[in-house]
Ligand binder design. Structure first.
Ligand code: BDR
Ligand code: CA
Length: 308
């Protein structure tokens, strides 16, 4: 089995947490670092949450670094409603033992990319990656694959036009999509096909492990948010789709596209225009269109159950 060397760029985030726990217990992946970015919560929270998750997974070998605290563009955002005040559903946690790497997250990305070709999963706003591309264009060729959760073909989730990760920093997203690295994009119309129900939460809790209990506890308030927002408790697994793509590359149906990010506009800021013209079939940018939720849930259950 070939093992993918991986960096996760993230703003945890409850669904980020599930994606990270999935990645950290998957033998197909060698997660070398987690770089935090501001998004769902301020950077101080997302960086601490990344340390909590590495502790929980028992993966002291993973470098955790704090990246950019502010988006490149101007975005006003009051966190709390979706992922709780601390970004992980406001549970009790011990002070994490994993320490932050003293380097800035962008420097960690650069150093690790220069060390060896690496895949990146980006499941938060794209600020760190845009700064990386602008500051160190020489590492772009060292990115084997960039799998991004973000954007929407049809309808956003912050505004009618824009999905959160792109809306939070459209300038960064525009920079990232202008680079030559191969991108696989998981937009909302794909991620809404992947969700967990109360039954899944009960299964996690019944595992009787710390990881199982924490997954259920974090997902509970996230389900309540979904109920308020969408009128049902299906918990959408946005970010886990980006990791799933690396675990089962044939599971998500994809097509070649060109993506344009709207940075202007009275109502359209942060929109992604996904051009699916047939002549883009072999584009280096692919977009996920279809996934089988039962197959995804089965794999997620296995990997969460495999934690001691
Ligand atoms: C994205 O926004 C965040 O709230 C989630 O973690 C996910 O990355 C979905 O729009
Ligand atoms: Ca996220």
């Amino acid at each position: 089995m070939s093992v993918t060397r991986l960096i996760i760029d993230t703003d945890p985030g409850v669904d980020d947490a599930i994606a990270i726990l999935l990645a950290l217990n998957s033998p197909e992946l060698n997660v070398v670092a987690i770089t935090a970015v501001a998004g769902n919560s301020p950077l101080s929270d997302t960086a601490r949450n990344a340390r909590r998750l590495v502790d929980l997974a028992g993966r002291a070998d993973v470098v955790v670094a704090a990246g950019c605290a502010e988006p490149i563009g101007k975005t006003e955002y009051a966190s709390g409603e979706v992922h709780g005040n601390d970004g992980l559903g406001d549970l009790e946690w011990d002070e994490p033992t994993t320490q932050l790497d003293p380097r800035h997250g962008v420097e960690v990305l650069r150093d690790l990319l220069l060390e060896a070709p690496t895949t990146i999963v980006a499941i938060g706003p794209l600020t760190n990656l845009a700064v990386l591309a602008q500051r160190y264009p020489e590492v772009i060729d060292h990115v084997e694959q960039l799998v991004v959760m973000g954007g929407a073909s049809f309808e956003g989730n912050v505004t009618p036009a824009a999905e959160f990760n792109i809306w939070f920093d459209p300038e960064a997203a525009a920079i990232v999509f202008a680079q030559s690295w191969p991108i696989t994009l998981m937009p909302l119309d794909l991620t809404h096909q992947a969700f967990l129900t109360d039954e899944d939460l009960a299964t996690f809790r019944a595992l009787g492990t710390e990881v199982g209990r924490r997954c259920a506890d974090m997902l509970e308030p996230y389900a309540t948010f979904h109920e308020r927002w969408y009128n049902n408790r299906n918990v959408i697994m946005h970010d886990a789709m980006a990791v799933y793509e690396l675990l089962r590359p044939d599971a998500i149906v994809k097509q070649g596209v060109v993506v344009h990010v709207e940075t202007e506009g009275q109502h359209g800021r942060g929109a992604t225009f996904i051009d699916r013209g047939f002549h883009y079939a072999d584009s280096t940018v692919q977009v996920g269109v279809r996934v089988n939720n039962d197959e995804f849930r089965t794999l997620l259950h296995q990997r969460i159950a495999n934690y001691n």
